[in-house]
Design a protein around this ligand. Structure first.
Ligand code: DC
Length: 240
């Protein structure tokens, strides 16, 4: 069992996980692992290799082209000034994986069990070597079942779509209407929750935090309170 602390933050997209995770990691001096960036990296690698993502995402469970691509895929997660960067075949993908095209493809590659197994191996290795805050969909249920603290962060689909839309507009990306962003969000929720292997789910022992009516600072404070109550209670000695 790991001698390090691990904090598992799971939930649907747009619930605020990554922003909260970054703030918490900084506060506690843990590293932050954005596991979505790993699926996004493989998705971009697949797009660059000519994989066509136009079909139904749910049909991809055993996608042979994607499984074959894993042979040549090398992913490196590095920390530069405390900030995570992802490298594929030595190329820095960090700033290239936030497009709508990659977002959709990431949800598709995440359905493939062989892809998940590869990512999970690396995620567990990182958690073995350092105190981590990890965010994703299956961290508390599958990747780190013995995490020191598990929190499932959610919000209504409407609130999450509003946040994502504001984020895009803030980045100067007006390519999608609010209705499209909302529809994408619903589709992604469905794909992420309905896949058969390690779907998005709340672990039985995860605290539930609904951020629909909370601003960012309130959400961070709520997460901090949960972590402090659980870590203090469980670790008068060394971490679990
Ligand atoms: O968190 P994100 O939006 O960057 O994630 C991109 C996609 O990757 C998302 O649709 C689901 C998938 N994902 C996953 O299946 N498991 C994880 N632990 C993290 C992300």
């Amino acid at each position: 069992m790991s001698r390090h602390y691990s904090i598992a933050l799971d939930g649907p997209s747009g619930a605020g996980k990554s922003t909260i995770a970054k703030a918490i990691a900084k506060d506690y001096g843990f590293i932050y692992l954005d596991t979505g960036a790993m699926y996004r990296s493989f998705a971009l690698y697949a797009l660059n290799s000519g994989v066509d993502f136009s079909g139904a995402i749910s049909d991809r469970g055993n996608d042979k082209a994607l499984i074959a691509l894993l042979d040549s895929f090398t992913l490196d997660v590095r920390y530069v000034d405390g900030v995570q960067r992802v490298f594929v075949g030595g190329e820095d993908y960090t700033d290239l994986i936030r497009t709508s095209e990659v977002t959709r493809a990431a949800s598709a590659v995440a359905v493939v069990s062989a892809v998940r197994i590869r990512m999970v191996k690396l995620q567990r290795k990182i958690a073995e070597d350092a105190d981590v805050v990890m965010d994703g969909r299956d961290i508390g249920t599958y990747v780190l079942p013995n995490a020191s603290v598990k929190i499932f962060i959610t919000a209504s689909a409407l609130a999450r779509a509003r946040r994502r839309y504001r984020e895009l507009i803030g980045k100067g990306d007006g390519s999608r209407t609010f209705e499209q962003v909302y529809a994408d969000m619903i589709e992604r929720d469905k794909n992420d929750s309905s896949r058969s292997f390690a779907p998005l789910a709340r672990a039985e022992d995860a605290a539930l935090l609904d951020t629909t009516d909370l601003d960012l600072q309130q959400s961070i404070d709520a997460v901090r309170a949960i972590i402090d109550s659980r870590i203090v209670r469980e670790s008068s000695g060394s971490p679990a």
